[in-house]
Ligand binder design. Structure first.
Ligand code: PMP
Length: 294
């Protein structure tokens, strides 16, 4: 990945209905979305020039906006077409797409009434989040002091920019302590997820994953559960307690960017990259590299 800042690159970004030069895709400092967190986004992977599960991501984009009580002024089909145009223009082979929507600057009171909604889609080459070494040997997680909030405190089902404050705080603290990522509990103290990926434990050959009632029910999570069932691996979706990490044989994370990411340690516990994780990572790679053009 290049280290060039994200506002200083060549290429084009789709903004409110048209492709504009990359450096001109700007918003005003008095945007409601910036001040009060009225923003939602998606992350979509491109494999061999093709976006994986694009329809599901744009459906969720719309669902996230509904959770924040605004409407995206372009339908999921229009956004998918815009994404394809952006990928084509950027000649993206193995990359990442970032659709984002936010409330505009018609007013700056807390009320969101009357604000316009803006939408942008950017795409860039981005083969992997973690190094090859981390991807094969696993990443190290540290349990965070930050917790996923209750569904009556925050719009937990939305991929809402405002919720990522928790993730950034947790991730920065984990990295400062020498870990790769943070593991968050929910407000009740159950295991929840990492800062940008869902959590799976392998116990006696079966998958155990926390019920997604305080965090995003990831598209990769759902895909990996279906792959596991196809492979004859039992899947248990339930509340999982932190102490159960002591009896897990394998631990891994799932997400659009993380894919199936083995975990080698959580706090003081160590894990091997075991057979179940390897089988699911292999199945996921095969699936993502074999999708047909949407
Ligand atoms: N949780 C969080 C907080 C995330 O940011 C992501 C990535 N979108 C996920 C889970 C995994 O979701 P998905 O598999 O749909 O990418």
């Amino acid at each position: 990945m290049t280290t060039t800042a994200f506002d200083d690159r060549d290429g084009v970004i789709w903004l409110d209905g048209a492709l504009v030069p990359w450096r001109d895709a700007r918003l005003h400092v008095l945007s409601h979305g910036l001040h009060y967190g009225g923003g939602i986004f998606e992350g979509i992977r491109v494999y061999g020039g093709r976006a994986f599960k694009a329809a599901e991501h744009f459906e969720r984009f719309h669902a996230s906006a509904r959770e924040l009580n605004f409407r995206v002024p372009f339908g999921p089909g229009e956004l998918e077409a815009a994404m394809r145009e952006t990928i084509r223009h950027g000649d993206i082979a193995d990359g990442y797409v970032r659709p984002v929507a936010w409330r505009g600057s018609e007013q700056i009171s807390v009320s969101g009434a009357g604000t316009s909604v803006h939408v942008a889609i950017a795409a860039w080459e981005w083969p992997h989040v973690f190094s090859d070494d981390a991807r094969t040997r696993g990443i190290r997680l540290r349990t965070s002091r930050w917790r996923r909030p209750s569904p009556d405190t925050a719009p937990v089902r939305a991929k809402a920019a405002s919720l990522y404050n928790i993730c950034t705080l947790a991730r920065d603290e984990a990295e400062e302590a020498g870990y790769d990522d943070a593991l968050l509990l929910d407000f009740r103290g159950h295991l929840a997820e990492a800062t940008g990926a869902n959590l799976f434990l392998v116990i006696d050959g079966a998958l155990h994953t926390p019920t997604a009632d305080t965090f995003l029910d990831g598209i990769t999570r759902q895909t990996v559960m279906a792959l596991a069932r196809d492979l004859g691996i039992a899947v248990h979706v339930r509340h999982v307690e932190p102490g159960e990490l002591d009896r897990a044989d394998e631990v891994f994370l799932t997400g659009t960017a993380y894919e199936v990411q083995p975990v080698s340690a959580v706090d003081g516990r160590s894990y091997e990259v075991g057979k179940v994780t390897a089988a699911l990572a292999g199945a996921y790679t095969a699936l993502t590299r074999s999708v047909t053009v949407p």
